[in-house]
Ligand binder design. Structure first.
Ligand code: GAP
Length: 601
């Protein structure tokens, strides 16, 4: 699919998410909080189904994993020991024109011509020249400007009147700073030739370069291949204006061709600052004192509380290696550029497993967990051909990791990471043992050895996976409407396991009390076992469409056959409709619960 149809697809997905109550911008009525999202009635169900299924396969269906739920507020010592306080940063650059911040590694490569400016001088008169101009006007008995101070925006108008009144041979400016400067300089020369008071000389010296505002900041602009070169001066002028030069006459030093540079803002061509580290952790204060002693952090990953509680959990669970501790919870990162809808947020949830093992088991378990995690994605309805396993190269892996895989998904905005599976060796436990002075060793009763366990960590994002589920499920097909005419149908083809609502229950007619009562009875029968939605409004076809659009896999319709009015043999049977095939089957109400639970589990 082309980039533009993929970006259109993403727009449709974002709009559906809002329209049907999956995801809203946080604090939307106040203009929104960048990087934070609120999940609506359907979004929260989708996320819960995802988290519950992860917990089921990672904790409940295994006897070697236990769970925990750690606090979000984290002691600074934990994050000092883990290396986050020192090193959890992204390289950041700022646009020198707008001040907008970017992650240095996300700047796209560009080719074109670099224009280098040395400085800019102001074509607007200095205060001294303005005052002289005002005095000249008064000497000339200029009616409109009978005042001793004028603003620089009055100056041009006033100067033009002086030219007119004294009939000076000076050409009027076009509007750009260069021609305005030339105009004022010519005016000075003309006034010098015909001085009528001391103010003529005062204006000439007041308009001289040393008395005007100058910015000595050097600045560079990239004009990309195919763009107009006039963009360079325009951008440079905007830069110097921000530094207080009102009408900048820019001084170009050089023009150089350049290939694949990442030193310029792709939005405007302005130069970026040099990269510097930006720590992504949110800092806060705990208690009434706001000083160094009360600093705490909002955790940037759930993993650290697992490492810090390793010994307690080992003791209470009496597990033997290899075993794991699982956690699902919020994490916070002050991302420089939150983007791609919920993909990169500042507040998000993680599903992390720390699977502790003997050193010699690490590499094997890395492979094992990669395969387990790929199986998981298949079980929640993500096609294998949309997933990619990236072996993170040696120079990009954390220094303590002996192997890391990124599991990536083909989002409409490109191939991006869903989950990391990393063999973290004994780094974390060793760091915490060293910093806390408390032993985090494991005692092997069989070999009588004491050692710090190694760990393999599959770490997935809830929000990213929920977004992948929505992207994977979104489809448009052609289906007949109530009148049999084909029209576009939006369907979220969620795996029934993940679908927010499992079944829609519809009485064929809203104004038939028997149909309504029977449909409500069926809804009550199913409710303790699954999330169902009762809907009696509108034509049945339209009710089906509304459920298709939010991914409800099944629809049950109560009709006159259910009441036994047409054929006694069909009494207490309903129509069961399947979302994707739109096929309908007749099933007995007594079998409904079993049929549905077997398909949604
Ligand atoms: N404990 C290891 C760890 O946190 P990570 O690769 O930084 O590793 C793991 O994060 C997962 O958390 C990512 O693969 C992603 O799914 C999710 N994640 C990380 N940063 C995120 C963000 N800013 N927004 C949404 N999800 C994010």
């Amino acid at each position: 699919m082309s980039d533009s149809s993929e970006s259109q697809r993403m727009e449709n997905i974002v709009s559906l998410c809002k329209r049907r109550g999956f995801i809203f911008q946080s604090s939307e009525i106040y203009g929104g909080l960048n990087g934070a999202w609120d999940y609506g009635p359907l979004g929260v169900e989708l996320k819960r189904n995802l988290k519950n299924y992860w917990w089921r396969v990672t904790v409940h269906e295994r006897d070697d994993v236990v769970g925990m739920d750690g606090s979000i507020l984290t002691h600074p010592a934990v994050l000092k020991a883990s290396g986050h306080v020192e090193g959890f940063s992204d390289p950041m650059v700022d646009c020198r024109l707008t001040g907008k911040r970017f992650r240095a590694d996300q700047i796209s490569q560009q080719s074109g011509t670099v224009f280098t400016y040395e400085f800019a001088r102001d074509a607007a008169p200095s205060d001294r020249a303005l005052q002289a101009l005002a005095q000249l006007a008064e000497t000339d008995a200029e009616p409109k400007f009978k005042k001793t101070t004028i603003t620089s925006s009055d100056a041009l108008d006033l100067a033009k009147r002086i030219v007119e009144r004294r009939k000076l041979s000076v050409s009027l400016p076009k509007g750009d700073p260069e021609s305005i400067e030339l105009f004022f300089l010519d005016l000075g020369v003309a006034l010098g030739q015909d001085p009528r008071s001391q103010w003529e000389a005062e204006f000439v010296s007041g308009y001289s370069v040393p008395n005007r505002r100058i910015s000595g900041d050097a600045f560079r602009v990239l004009v990309r291949n195919g763009e107009s070169e006039s963009k360079a001066d325009k951008t440079a002028r905007a830069f110097y204006q921000k530094r207080g030069v009102q009408l900048p006459v820019v001084s170009l030093q050089s023009k150089q061709p350049v290939e694949n540079t990442q030193e310029f803002n792709s939005e405007n061509g302005a130069e970026l600052t040099l990269p510097r580290p930006f720590n992504l952790m949110f800092k806060t204060n705990v208690g009434a004192m706001e000083d160094e002693s009360s600093i705490a952090y909002l955790r940037p990953e759930t993993a650290q509380s697992i490492f810090v509680q390793f010994k307690n959990i080992l003791e209470v669970s009496r597990k033997k290696l290899p075993f794991g501790i699982a956690q699902i919870g919020k994490a916070f990162r002050n991302e420089i550029n939150p983007r791609n809808f919920t993909f990169r947020s500042r507040e998000f949830e993680q599903m992390e497993l720390e699977y502790f093992c003997r050193p010699e088991q690490g590499m094997g378990l890395l492979e094992y967990w990669k395969e387990e995690r790929l199986k998981f994605y298949k079980q929640i309805g993500i096609r294998r051909d949309k997933l990619h396993v990236l072996t993170v190269p040696d120079d990009e892996r954390a220094f303590y990791s002996k192997g890391t895989y990124d599991i990536e998904y083909d989002f409409p905005f490109g191939r991006q990471e869903l989950e990391g599976v990393a063999y973290r060796t004994d780094y974390d436990l060793s760091q915490h043992q060293k910093a806390s002075g408390k032993s985090l060793e494991y005692f092997d009763e069989e070999t009588k050895q004491r050692f710090i366990p190694h760990v393999v960590e599959p770490s997935a994002g809830v929000d990213r996976t929920a977004l992948a589920l929505i992207c994977e499920a979104y489809s448009e097909d052609q289906a007949p409407n109530e009148k049999g005419k084909m029209e576009t149908r939006i369907v979220l083809r969620f795996h029934p396991r993940m679908a927010p609502i499992k079944c829609g229950i519809f009485p064929l007619l809203k104004n038939n009390s028997q149909l309504v009562a029977k449909a409500k009875e069926i809804a009550d029968l199913l409710r303790p076992h699954m999330f169902v939605f009762y809907d009696e409004s509108g034509a049945i076809g339209r009710r089906y469409r509304r459920q298709d659009e939010i991914g409800t896999p099944f629809g049950v319709t109560v009709d006159f056959e259910t009441l036994g009015e047409k054929d006694a043999a069909l009494r207490d049977t309903v129509t069961l409709r399947e979302r994707d095939s739109m096929k309908q089957e007749r099933v007995a109400v007594k079998d409904l619960l079993e049929i549905l639970t077997s398909r949604i589990r």
